[in-house]
Design a protein around this ligand. Structure first.
Ligand SMILES: [Zn+2]
Length: 357
């Protein structure tokens, strides 16, 4: 499929750093060589018109071999996954350092083909020039100490986006357990340390990611933060009643702040039945995008694939399938100006507003 360079895709979430560092058995790969394994590498990114995205630093609760079986329990009408245990500060910092270093090593080895971006100006230039743009993101703040020393240091290194929690408790708040059907209102709000972390992120102008946070925590951030509200990889709860998805009230709050939602490609957060079935048509994704552009507005929606961290629709397959999603959106009625917003302009706008430059 021919790639239209007017629509480079900037994406809200991938777990590629972890997948490169801790591959599944027999699935070792190199980011610069086209692989059959995983969803994202440089050759496939180019083929799919993928201009960049948030590269997550995630510290698993379990060794990778066990992480694929989270102990899911199927219920009469859905599933529940036992809450993953917390991770302590020191092992989290050790792992975070290794993953952050791995991103800088990719940048150094890329011969100018990948850049870690720290400003919206740099991001815009990379998208324009076809340099893969990586935003350094932490998925869960386990590596951040109470005095925020690590936050200062990681910020200086390039950290520009932080999810307060993954789907487990930590010192700052409570993530949602993976469950369907269930509301995201699954527990208490932010801790005092969590509220301080919101203020610290505002001060440093680090974007706060609300995906994985429970609803009480979401409202605490909404009340405290002076930045647009952003969920990097979530879906619509009214269309798929998983805990990871956003209610209409949450979507309205995101709209009011000029924030945005990156639509997750995780099939179990897209399908009405919550099933983990890759045989999920693109029309299911298109339905979520239509709902979001209706509820949050055309300026408040983008993509948040979760490549290398999840099961995506087979029709997408990996990053090379992105043009098929863009084509399906075009077919469903979005024109050029709207597609530019959905593919990258909205992320660029929100990041410029959040980062200030
Ligand atoms: Zn995630």
């Amino acid at each position: 499929m021919a790639i239209d360079n007017a629509f480079p895709i900037f994406d809200g979430h991938n777990d590629t750093l972890l997948d490169l560092a801790l591959p599944k058995p027999g699935q070792d790969r190199n980011f610069f060589t086209r692989s059959e394994h995983g969803h994202l590498d440089l050759p496939r990114a180019r083929e799919g018109g993928f201009g960049g995205g948030f590269f997550a630093v995630f510290v698993p609760s379990f060794p990778r071999s066990e992480a694929d079986d989270l102990g899911i329990i199927f219920t009469e009408d859905g599933y529940e996954v036992p809450m993953a245990p917390p991770v302590d500060l020191i092992p989290a910092q050790e792992m975070a350092l290794a993953l952050v270093a791995s991103l800088f090593r990719l940048e150094a080895a890329s011969d100018g083909q990948l850049q870690v971006v720290r400003t919206a100006g740099e991001l815009a230039r990379c998208l324009h020039e076809g340099v893969l743009a990586a935003v350094l993101h932490f998925e869960g703040a386990e590596a951040i100490d109470r005095d925020f020393d690590a936050l200062e240091v990681f910020y200086q290194a390039g950290l520009r986006s932080l999810g307060l929690v993954w789907s487990r408790p930590n010192a700052f708040g409570y993530g949602v357990p993976f469950q369907y059907p269930r509301s995201p209102d699954t527990g208490p709000g932010l801790t005092e340390a969590g509220r301080d972390l919101v203020r610290a992120c505002n001060r440093l102008r680090i974007m706060i990611d609300l995906s994985h946070l429970n609803e009480a925590g979401f409202w605490d951030v909404a009340a405290l933060s002076d930045a647009p509200l952003v969920a990097t990889h979530s879906g619509v709860h009214a269309l798929c009643a998983s805990t990871r998805n956003l209610t209409d009230r949450q979507l309205d709050a995101i709209r009011e702040t000029g924030g945005m939602v990156g639509l997750t490609f995780t099939v179990s957060d897209l399908r009405e039945d919550g099933g983990n079935d890759a045989d999920t048509p693109l029309s299911t994704m298109v339905r979520h995008i239509h709902y979001l552009t209706e509820r949050v507005g055309i300026d408040g929606v983008g993509f948040g694939s979760d490549f290398d961290g999840t099961t995506v629709p087979a029709e997408i397959g990996d990053v090379t399938g992105m043009p098929r999603l863009v084509a399906a959106l075009r077919e469903s009625g979005y024109g050029d100006a709207e597609l530019r917003k959905l593919t990258h302009e909205n992320w660029l706008r929100v990041l410029r507003q959040t980062w200030g430059r």
